[in-house]
Ligand binder design. Structure first.
Ligand SMILES: [Zn+2]
Length: 118
């Protein structure tokens, strides 16, 4: 006898989530401007802070109230997805981040401002 599919008849069958019928909300013109600006910012952070050993940004997630750590590349990809009208991957923090190598967004901004002020 075949083992029963544990999710047979279950509307929450994980496989049903694989079908992507979720459609991303198109960005408003203002959001597009914001994301484009953030993307340029992230690329600058990556260029300036990356060589100094800073791998990315951390912030407190509004959904789960925990700190999330995002590499520059992941942030860049998420923003590019948004601009293409795709849903960015929701939770893709680095698995075992070296927490010392991540800074808050504002810190990264301040760091660049400091460099500009020289
Ligand atoms: Zn979260």
């Amino acid at each position: 006898m075949m083992p029963l599919d544990p999710f047979a008849g279950d509307p929450n069958d994980p496989a049903s989530f694989i079908e992507d019928d979720e459609v991303a909300e198109p960005l408003s013109p203002q959001e597009r401007v914001d994301v484009t600006r953030d993307l340029a910012q992230v690329r600058e952070f990556k260029a300036v802070l990356g060589p100094r050993g800073i791998l990315g940004i951390y912030f407190t997630c509004e959904d789960c109230d925990q700190l999330h750590y995002y590499d520059w590349e992941i942030m860049e990809q998420n923003m590019l997805s948004s601009l293409r009208g795709e849903l960015p991957p929701v939770h893709e923090p680095s698995a075992q981040p070296n927490v010392d190598a991540y800074v808050p967004w504002d810190y990264a901004l301040g760091y660049l401002d400091g460099l500009d002020a020289r």
